[in-house]
Design a binder for this molecule. Structure first.
Ligand code: ZN
Length: 132
């Protein structure tokens, strides 16, 4: 998945803003390239889990469709743990297997990490991020 550094920076900024809770949102894309970051509210408002707020999800999906783009990724942050999907993340992805799952880890606050994963039927495969 191709993604601009600027979009990664936006996700990291959102992750820092929402501390001590996890942040979440969606990323639009077109032809395998991420185009835009859409921050959402975390309906769980929790340091350990996330759920994209249903109102935000409807609004964001409408905006993405309106631009003729697709939902390329769902992102969330890990405030204190590495950027690996938790069992909670794997379970959550069962309902929605198509997007790439981006995880932004702030475990090292000075060196945030963003990694991407395909999560299908309980299987996790890393998706290489081609950062430009
Ligand atoms: Zn997670």
């Amino acid at each position: 998945m191709r993604i601009a550094q600027r979009l990664i920076d936006e996700m990291v900024a959102h992750a820092r803003e929402d501390l001590p809770n996890e942040c979440c949102g969606m990323v639009a894309g077109s032809d395998g390239e991420a185009t835009r970051v859409y921050p959402a509210r975390n309906a769980e408002a929790s340091p350990f889990r996330y759920a994209i707020h249903p109102q935000d999800q409807i609004r964001i999906m409408g905006e993405i469709e309106g631009r003729g783009e697709e939902i390329a990724a769902i992102y969330h942050s890990h405030t204190n743990t590495p950027a690996d999907p938790s069992q909670t993340d794997i379970n959550l992805a069962e309902n929605w297997p198509d997007p790439v799952y981006l995880i932004c880890s702030l475990a090292d606050p000075d060196d945030p990490t963003v990694r991407g994963f395909a999560i299908r039927d309980g299987n996790v495969n890393e998706v290489e991020l081609d950062v430009a």
